[in-house]
Design a protein around this ligand. Sequence first.
Ligand SMILES: [Zn+2]
Length: 134
Amino acid sequence: MTTTDELRTGGYIDAFCTKCDMLLGHTILAMVGTKVVKVKCNTCGVDHSYRGEAKPVKGVRTAAPKKAVPTWSVRMKGKNLAAARKYSAKENFQVDDVIVHATFGLGLVTANRGDKIDVMFQAFEKTLVNGKGS
Ligand SMILES: [Zn+2]
């Protein structure tokens, strides 16, 4: 574990999503003691048991074909990077805002769910807290 984030129900965890076939941000739905047992994929919304960050090895069940999601560079094209706002949990960000995260660098807000935003960084997507100060 490299993360120091406190694990709690409703919290954020990286987990392997069998549906998306990717390591993605998940919301913790259920825990037993300090162990995460059930998570919900922040990308496809599917609930599943937590199996850690590794791709589970089982059967030959192939994942659904991936959606043709534009790549980061395509989506960032034409964005005004000079107008990128520094990410802070206190700020309110909207879809299509370009942000600069202290750790992850440049990112594009792809979804806004009120107090959470999904941000596409160059190599991965993250769910971040949004509008905590409002
Ligand atoms: Zn998923």
